[in-house]
Design a protein. Structure first.
Length: 163
């Protein structure tokens, strides 16, 4: 089984979309581990704040199958295929890590935004503090410790998981 790390984000009805995404992910992947939920300002465009989190899971799927599954879940929850990259969204699901795979195809792994987006790095460091980035060879805890926290506004929030 491969250990994967998944970034989830939403700024359109984010509470309901994160909950729905986690239910769907639970149908496809084993042993989900959840970070806290973080609120952050939109990055790259003016928009309402996002809710973000990172999920660890296990899978027997290939990278291509995982990415296809994520795209289907996004579309099932109103994400428009081919929509602008920097725009409000119901759901954004990205594969951050697939074991220690380093690749450019079929997707870039590890995902570059791990190193420059606080809304990815902080929750990843929370659930995998001692895991090492397969390229820069530093722990996520160390990377978060050294991150310029003035760069992006981000704060943990209480999140009501009840349906």
């Amino acid at each position: 089984m491969a250990k994967i790390f998944i970034s989830l984000g939403s700024n359109i009805e984010p509470e309901s979309h994160l909950k729905a995404a986690l239910i769907d992910l639970g149908h496809h992947f084993d042993k989900l581990e959840l970070s806290s939920v973080y609120e952050s300002e939109a990055v790259g465009f003016d928009g309402t704040n996002f809710l973000n989190m990172v999920v660890a899971a296990e899978t027997n799927m290939t990278i291509e199958q995982v990415v296809s599954c994520f795209k289907q879940i996004e579309q099932d929850h109103g994400r428009v295929k081919g929509a602008k990259k920097f725009a409000p969204r119901t759901l954004d699901i990205d594969l951050l890590l697939y074991d220690d795979v380093v690749s450019q195809q079929p997707i870039e792994l590890p995902r570059a935004e791990i190193l420059y987006n606080a809304f990815v790095l902080w929750p990843l460091a929370e659930i995998a503090p001692h895991l090492h980035h397969p390229v820069v060879k530093q722990s996520y805890q160390s990377l978060w410790h050294d991150y310029d926290k003035q760069q992006q506004s981000l704060w943990p929030i209480e999140f009501d998981w009840s349906a």
